[in-house]
Design a protein around this ligand. Structure first.
Ligand code: SD4
Length: 333
């Protein structure tokens, strides 16, 4: 077994892309090694999050610590309107956050519809570590966070408030695909991109985290796939891990991330497993599937990663000891 994991690409799939000129790829095999960590995450903004996670991985820290540290970067970024502070609110102007975390021992924690707390991922981790439960929601999640020293903050930034007030003029709920590169457009469009992050540490152990402010201008109390273990995130340390981004309702219906991991258990590559999960969504309602975006991202125990989406435009970020890339997932359409 190689002592270092590399990003290896077949010539046909020589499509790893730098920040500029992203291309699609066919498959991304990687040599396995227990000594060479790797972190992958959804979307372009995963690059900065990966860089933060990498500090933990490179110094021999755990994948669990790495993914928590990594996703805190977009959570704290007021210019990211899809995660944490500065996230677009629900239709009544409340920023409500969903997050979950899962480690190599099937331990997991989640918060749903949590308000006023900038780092829901850290609250989710505390749910995992300090309570007999897996999920806390709404006021109970907030109470738990405050009791554990988290500060109550206003998460609605002036920019997000302006976008919400603009939206109120028509109050039309219309999720738009692949929003992250369009967020700076004045007045919209309005949708959300979640960060899902998966990491393997130097011991070869896997963990994952997923955090989001959910779909913009959603109904009050709406919870998406992102904080639901098995839907937005799943980790099985024997097999691999998966996460998702896109219209959460579609992911929940197929328990998407768990499905991807189970498909890998039965021998599919990460990319093929993500593709099969996407096909399930298409099969349920081919007409509707054309109108929305869902993307899955997965990694197996050997460090081979892959992704697949309904529509073009789903990107993900990858970092190991030598490379840092943003890649375009293949897609159904
Ligand atoms: C949700 N899956 O709340 C999230 C949103 C998202 O890209 O990931 N958008 O349904």
């Amino acid at each position: 077994m190689s002592t270092r994991r590399k990003f290896l690409f077949s010539s046909a799939a020589a499509s790893i892309a730098a920040l500029a000129g992203k291309k699609s790829f066919a498959s991304l095999p990687a040599a396995a090694s227990k000594n060479d960590p790797i972190v992958i995450s959804t979307w372009d903004f995963g690059k900065e999050a990966n860089a933060e996670a990498w500090k933990t991985l490179a110094s021999g820290g755990s994948a669990l610590d790495a993914v928590e540290a990594g996703v805190k970067i977009p959570e704290a970024d007021p210019n990211n309107h899809t995660v944490g502070y500065g996230g677009y609110p629900d239709r009544e102007g409340h920023v409500t956050l969903d997050a979950c975390i899962m480690d190599m021992q099937y331990r997991c924690g989640a918060v749903m519809c949590l308000e006023h707390i900038k780092h829901p991922i850290s609250v989710a981790r505390l749910v995992m570590e300090k309570t007999p439960h897996v999920q806390l929601a709404g006021d109970g999640a907030l109470q738990f966070a405050l009791e554990n020293g988290f500060q109550k903050e206003n998460l609605l930034t002036p920019e997000s408030e302006k976008a919400w007030k603009e939206w109120l003029k028509e109050s039309k709920y219309a999720p738009v695909m692949n929003i992250e590169n369009q967020l700076k457009l004045p007045g919209g469009p309005y949708n959300h991109d979640t960060i899902g992050m998966l990491a393997i540490d130097a011991r070869g152990d896997l963990s994952g985290a997923c955090t989001t402010s959910g779909m913009a201008f959603k109904m009050r109390g709406r919870v998406g796939d992102s904080p639901i273990i098995g839907a937005g995130l799943y980790v099985d340390n024997e097999i691999g891990a998966a996460t998702s981004s896109g219209v959460g309702e579609e992911v929940i219906r197929i328990v998407g991330s768990h499905l991807v991991v189970e498909l890998m258990r039965h021998g599919l590559s990460p990319r093929a497993a993500c593709k099969e999960a996407v096909e399930r969504i298409v099969k349920r309602n081919p007409v509707k599937a054309k109108t929305l975006q869902v993307g899955f991202l997965a990694i197996n125990k050997k460090g081979v990663f892959g992704a697949y989406a309904l529509q073009k435009g789903f990107t993900f970020s990858v970092k190991n000891g030598r490379e840092e890339k943003i890649l375009h997932a293949d897609s159904k359409w």
